[in-house]
Write a protein that binds this ligand. Structure first.
Ligand SMILES: C[S@@+](CC[C@H](N)C(=O)[O-])C[C@H]1O[C@@H](n2cnc3c(N)ncnc32)[C@H](O)[C@@H]1O
Length: 817
């Protein structure tokens, strides 16, 4: 469930300093490969369109945007959900962060974020972070309103300046665009991140002090003028008089340059917001709430259950957890959170009502502030809940003690001022709880992790139902969570779960694996339990059987005839890929040694320098090894070498370049599926089944040429699995009919005729492949048409995820040993 926050959907995008159109030439000059070659990071993305423009206008296919504002990241993800190349991640750029793997970025773009952090003495942290995330020689583009000398002196410790442009704006003084290149600083990498930050911070402070001395923000003349025109009684700061008209105040407060930045209309609007809000009361109410919480924390931490056996209590630090708590309060206990609550809880409660017709025992793990547990308790069930986050636990306690409707009146969004476009976004007062919580209605919450609390013999089969919302996402171990859930529910009991598994906040590959496993489990759980099938050993065994049957079917499809290639070729290729996954010693050694170095011809290296452990004598066997074991090294050159090899091997003059590319993709998909199955089996502990024998007849299946489908060329995106795209405008009109495909399935491209034919960017052949995956691996067969047609919110796995699933699986596992 998303958190409630300022509603950016109405305000859309806010662009600091300059729009992309004015900056485009700066980026065009960079000596960087576009497409998937380069990894771009936008630091402090805000709600700007910059990330989208770098992706769409300049063709960078991997743009990661980071911001520390949750509401912003949520909004940006929703706004760009159709753009696969854009990723948004929450992260604090002033501390060493794992959001970007060290040395992974080719280009870091910073528009006004350094400016923002220079105001708060945190710029050194950002500079260090950028330095660490850039590869050797990587670029850092800074757009800033600070003057050039200052910026250059500040950044020159870690970067060489290679380009500088002054950019005029319609309003306000010009801004600077600096292009910098990461310096190789001897020894810096060995310095601890902390020490490096310290070094930079010291340097920064010296600059900042010098700059302020030379050009103070408030000169003594201006200070005197303000004081003369605006006298006030120092002894009574509360009755600060405003004897001036708004016009006069505006005239006096701002210099001409400042007025160009901050229009009178904005000043007036801010002022009226300020006046109409009962400011003092609201601030006091928020403080009161936090104080109450603090008292509780202090007083009751002694009496908090010691139930969290073995799990140390994490005392939250900083304002962030408090801010999250305040926003969760709104979501769960204020009228304004109703819609979000309904979207999430109604399904769960509906399922509960239909399955638990008599009063029963219900467990709600990771209960947050207890609203779900409360709703269940109001239905007459006996409810137990648990929560392992300290503030959340006490937050629920606070509600227990302040249960009268609307007795709490905090400003839940007051703690983070950044990216709030209007004053009222920050100072909105919210009354809560929205209902009176009758005594005894809010169930008791145990303190601790669900897994730790309930994975014990006396909890066995002690509940009729387990109801969770968002718990699987938060738990440290999905497998143990599922096992524990099965353990606590009595035979014939039911489990309901609802949560979009959104774990890929980081680019760490382990994270990808967790996400995919979450998806698979998610499908298994929602697929089975929403239908109310009981949890039992028999059911678990049946699921395992289904899974292995699915895998067998998938492998049969893999070795069978394809769209272009016969099963002679496919089966041999699959045999090589299936055996090589994670077992070719030479591949692994090269991977561990990070060989070959960037810039080397990987295809040649893979063929000539690596002594693979082959199991077949097929012509593409070295390619199969590289695909299953070395995804991170696959590049355009490798793909072209693969295409050339196919040309030589097939040698059919009637076929065009597109057709050979399509064949390369077909084989690549096979390798990805093989590795996907191996990774899935390794992760679940199932024994990988042997590859089935190739079928007879083994001729290629449905079409022979790409032109059977398309009036134009196939476009190939170079991602791990080389996803091919076919713009909707190029699709031959008769194709859906000819192949008996529902025409609506091709219509996902929306209004853009140049977009791919579907969200899954499926060219016909991969579309068929992925149909197969959907049939056999993740999606219950009867749901497949729904998945194809409805890109709705109720799905656990979307088409895009399906498309990358096989490839992600391989990188998730194969790249981690
Ligand atoms: C001045 S805005 C610039 C936004 C955007 N780049 C633009 O050009 O419109 C600065 C952005 O940096 C983000 N930010 C500030 N401190 C940050 C931090 N420590 N870590 C990550 N992002 C931060 C803010 O949330 C905000 O979105």
């Amino acid at each position: 469930m998303d958190e409630v926050g300022p509603d950016y959907s109405k305000s859309g995008c806010y662009e600091w300093l300059l729009p992309f159109a004015d900056l485009q030439p700066v980026f065009e000059k960079l000596e960087l490969e576009r497409g998937l070659e380069s990894s771009v990071v936008v630091v402090g993305c805000g709600t700007s369109d910059l990330s989208k423009d770098l992706h769409l206008a300049l063709g960078f296919h991997q743009v990661l945007s980071i911001d520390n504002d949750e509401a912003v990241i949520r909004h940006m993800k929703a706004r760009h959900r159709d753009l696969k190349g854009l990723t948004f991640a929450l992260g604090d750029l002033t501390v060493y962060s794992e959001v970007v793997v060290d040395g992974n970025a080719d280009l870091v773009v910073d528009k006004s974020t350094l400016d923002c952090l220079l105001c708060s003495d945190a710029a050194a942290g950002l500079i260090c972070c950028v330095y660490r995330m850039l590869r050797a020689g990587g670029f850092y583009v800074v757009i800033s309103f600070h003057d050039t000398d200052f910026l250059v002196s500040l950044l020159s410790m870690a970067f060489d300046l290679i380009g500088l442009v002054d950019l005029q704006r319609r309003v306000g003084p010009p801004v600077r665009a600096l292009t910098l290149r990461k310096k190789e600083i001897e020894g810096l990498d060995e310095v601890s991140p902390r020490r490096a930050v310290q070094q930079l911070r010291e340097q920064l402070r010296a600059f900042e002090a010098g700059r302020l001395e030379a050009a103070p923000l408030l000169s003594s003349e201006r200070k005197q003028a303000l004081e003369a025109a605006w006298p006030h009684d120092e002894t009574d700061a509360k009755t600060f008089p405003i004897p001036l008209s708004v016009d006069e105040a505006y005239g006096l407060l701002f210099t001409d340059a400042e007025k160009r930045e901050y229009a009178k209309a904005d000043f007036q609007s801010d002022l009226s917001d300020f006046r109409t809000t009962s400011e003092a009361d609201a601030v006091a109410a928020t403080l009161q709430l936090v104080e109450k919480l603090e008292t509780l924390l202090r007083k009751e931490s002694q009496t908090a259950e010691k139930g969290a056996r073995g799990s140390g209590v994490n005392i939250p630090v900083g304002t962030k957890p408090v801010q999250t708590l305040l926003q969760t309060l709104v979501r769960e206990w204020a009228a304004e959170g109703l819609q979000e609550r309904k979207a999430c809880f109604d399904k769960l409660l509906g399922a509960l009502d239909s399955h638990l017709t008599k009063a029963g025992r219900v467990l709600v793990p990771a209960c947050s502030l207890g609203r779900l547990a409360f709703e269940v308790s109001c239905r007459g069930h006996s409810v137990e809940a648990c929560e392992s986050r300290l503030l959340q636990w006490f937050g629920m306690e606070l509600l227990r003690q302040n249960g009268q409707a609307e007795v709490l009146r905090p400003q839940p969004f007051a703690l983070n001022t950044c990216n709030r476009l209007k004053f009222s976004d920050n100072h909105r007062v919210t009354a809560m709880p929205d209902v009176t919580i009758e005594e005894g209605r809010l169930p008791r919450q145990h303190f601790g992790e669900f897994i730790t609390l309930y994975d014990r013999s006396d909890a066995k089969e002690s509940f009729d139902c387990l109801l969770t919302s968002y718990a699987l996402d938060l738990c440290p171990n999905v497998f143990r969570f599922v096992r524990t859930a099965a353990h606590v529910v009595r035979p014939g009991g039911v489990r309901f779960r609802r949560s979009p598994v959104r774990r890929v906040a980081r680019m760490a590959r382990a994270g990808l694996l967790v996400k995919l496993l979450g998806d698979v489990l998610g499908n298994a759980l929602t697929g089975h339990y929403e239908k109310g099938k009981p949890t039992s050993e028999a059911r678990t065994a049946e699921r395992k059987k289904n899974c292995l049957e699915c895998i067998t079917k998938l492998l049969e499809a893999v070795v069978g005839p394809g769209d272009l290639l016969s099963s002679d070729v496919r089966a041999e290729f699959a045999a090589e890929a299936y055996a090589a996954w994670g077992s070719c010693k030479a591949c692994i050694a090269a991977k561990q040694a990070k060989l070959p170095q960037k810039g080397t011809d990987f295809a040649k290296y893979n063929e000539n320098e690596i002594e693979h452990d082959f199991t077949t004598s097929g012509p593409f066997r070295a390619f199969a090894h590289a695909i299953v074991n070395r995804q991170q090294k696959l590049d355009e050159g490798f793909f072209q070498a693969f295409v050339e090899r196919l040309k030589q091997f097939v040698g059919d003059p009637k076929l065009g370049d597109d057709d050979f590319q399509a064949m390369a993709i077909e084989l690549n998909t096979i390798a990805a599926l093989c590795a996907g199955v191996r990774a899935f089996c390794a992760a679940t502990g199932y024994e990988a089944p042997p590859l089935p024998a190739k079928p007879n007849p083994c001729k290629p299946g449905r079409f022979l040429r790409v032109s059977d489908y398309s009036t134009g060329p196939l476009q190939t995106n170079r991602v791990i699995a080389w996803v091919p795209t076919l713009p909707a405008s190029q699709l031959r009109k008769d194709v859906p009919e000819r192949f008996g495909i529902d025409a609506s399935m091709w219509a996902f491209a929306g209004a853009n005729p140049h977009g791919p034919t579907s969200k899954a960017s499926a060219a016909p052949l991969t579309c068929w492949e992925f149909l197969k995956i959907m049939d056999v691996m993740y999606v219950p067969f009867q749901d497949a048409p729904r998945f194809l047609k409805v890109p709705g919110k109720d799905r656990t796995l979307n088409r895009g995820q399906l498309e990358v699933a096989a490839a992600d699986y391989t990188s998730g596992k194969a790249c981690n040993f």
